[in-house]
Design a protein around this ligand. Structure first.
Ligand code: HEC
Ligand code: HEC
Ligand code: HEC
Ligand code: HEC
Ligand code: HEC
Length: 303
């Protein structure tokens, strides 16, 4: 399924170009304020509060479920084999090349395959599974248990887009799929589509901050790491405001198979974290702590 084959049917290419900036968000038409519905993680590509990007550009390439949460969560019929909250996504078994395979000698802790928390993100960001590949589509009788482990295009094709053309393909975050347009090399077909190449993480994690890595058991003054003193269930967190709650702005270390490990959502909250209290613009790149002055890094590292 190559999107390029049907690109001639693409509609409404809007002129413009994306540039990447350090320490701020990539240019976006979403307001990045108030709700995940106003961020890039709204996979309907139609801003919940009105305005925003023109989602009809994307309709041929992914189902528009009209709802925001459903691309990741479902109230019923959620995945039963993964411990993620009411998880609605296909989790394709995938083997990753880990950071440890870089041959680094400075790591003191073991690195494993990404833990379940990281796999939630990688279910889109590794480019192996369509962004619209879910177990339970909105409405009754649109559930397929086997979707939990493998993407079934016939099932996904049964969906009818109500706000634009039906999806002819179910695009992944990879070259030749969503990146047919979201890529500076895309030429005119990609006109107006922001560059997403950096978010196409793939299955080789050697050039990414290690995930599935054990947090050093020895921490605090005199060591290389601060101590995540907050404890919630099996997760530990840095209680940035000292209120005893694990807030979305608190960096956290997840319990993965009995060991506390750094995973994707240690640093990121996929729902967005307000920068200065409710209703304010979200911190860039879904980060829990804005990285100005490397504040995110220095939450864990003593350097
Ligand atoms: C045919 C080209 C094309 C393809 C293929 C395509 N897009 Fe887009 N996409 C666009 C264009 C053009 C825009 C800009 C719309 C606008 O500015 O109103 C856009 C905008 C977006 C935005 C909003 C960007 C922002 O923050 O303002 C997201 C998110 C997005 N696309 C995701 C996807 C995903 C996910 C896929 C694959 C399932 C995909 N796109 C496939 C052309 C495409
Ligand atoms: C792009 C995927 C994605 C979307 C869309 C999404 N979530 Fe989540 N959500 C996650 C992930 C991943 C976790 C697990 C995070 C963790 O383990 O810290 C989560 C956790 C949660 C949790 C439990 C932990 C917490 O942070 O409170 C709630 C509640 C939740 N989501 C509600 C929602 C609602 C409501 C929506 C829609 C308005 C939504 N989510 C949309 C990915 C998503
Ligand atoms: C349902 C698919 C899906 C899931 C699950 C998902 N993402 Fe995304 N994410 C996207 C899409 C689509 C975009 C927009 C295109 C892009 O920037 O690559 C995006 C963008 C991002 C961005 C860039 C935002 C920006 O403004 O530059 C970050 C950071 C991100 N995701 C992190 C995460 C993390 C961390 C998780 C897991 C906790 C996660 N994502 C889960 C689909 C997903
Ligand atoms: C140790 C903290 C940390 C962890 C763990 C982490 N990230 Fe990030 N991530 C960042 C920071 C900081 C940025 C901001 C942009 C930058 O500096 O590249 C970022 C940026 C991104 C982006 C936007 C593209 C970019 O490079 O700007 C995506 C997508 C993303 N992360 C996804 C993930 C996924 C998926 C995982 C798990 C496999 C993950 N991140 C794990 C800190 C982290
Ligand atoms: C959630 C805690 C946490 C955050 C936040 C964090 N790190 Fe790390 N980082 C770790 C852990 C744990 C290790 C593994 C340490 C070890 O094995 O000795 C690590 C390893 C590293 C390494 C060493 C890799 C090697 O090959 O030895 C570097 C460099 C690094 N982090 C940089 C950063 C930067 C830069 C940031 C901010 C963008 C950051 N870290 C944010 C926890 C974190």
């Amino acid at each position: 399924m190559n999107i390029l084959k049907i690109i001639s049917t693409a509609v409404l290419l809007i002129l413009g170009s994306g540039h990447a900036y350090a320490d701020v968000d990539l240019p976006t038409k979403f307001s990045n304020q108030g709700s995940i519905g106003n961020t890039r993680h709204n996979l309907t590509q139609r801003q919940a509060s009105g305005g925003g990007p023109n989602g009809v550009n994307m309709d041929p390439y992914r189902n528009d479920y009209v709802e925001v949460c459903v691309y990741c969560h479902t109230p019923h019929g959620a995945a039963t084999t993964v411990s993620l909250p009411l998880w609605n996504r296909t989790m394709k078994a995938t083997s990753y090349t880990t950071y440890s395979q870089l041959g680094t000698t400075s790591l003191t802790q073991p690195v494993s395959q990404p833990g379940i928390n990281s796999l939630s993100c990688l279910s889109c960001h590794d480019g192996q599974t369509a962004v619209d590949s879910i177990i339970n589509m909105p409405g009754s009788g649109r559930y397929l248990a086997s979707q939990e482990a493998s993407q079934n295009d016939a099932f996904l094709n049964a969906w009818t887009n109500t706000r634009g053309p039906d999806a002819g393909v179910h695009g992944k975050l990879s070259l030749g799929e969503c990146l047919s347009c979201h890529n500076p090399a895309a030429g005119f077909v990609g006109a107006g589509a922001p560059d997403f190449t950096i978010a196409d993480i793939g299955t080789d994690l050697r050039n990414d901050h290690p995930v599935g890595i054990v947090f050093p058991p020895s921490s605090g003054p005199g060591t290389d790491f601060n101590t995540p003193a907050g404890v919630k269930g099996t997760t530990r967190y840095f209680d940035s405001n000292g209120n005893g709650n694990m807030d979305s702005g608190d960096v956290r270390i997840y319990d993965t198979a009995g060991a506390v490990k750094v995973e994707c959502a240690s640093c990121h909250d996929p729902h967005g974290v307000p920068s200065a209290g409710p209703g304010t613009t979200f911190k860039p790149t879904f980060l829990r702590v804005t990285n100005t002055g490397s504040a995110l890094c220095l939450t864990c590292h003593i350097k």
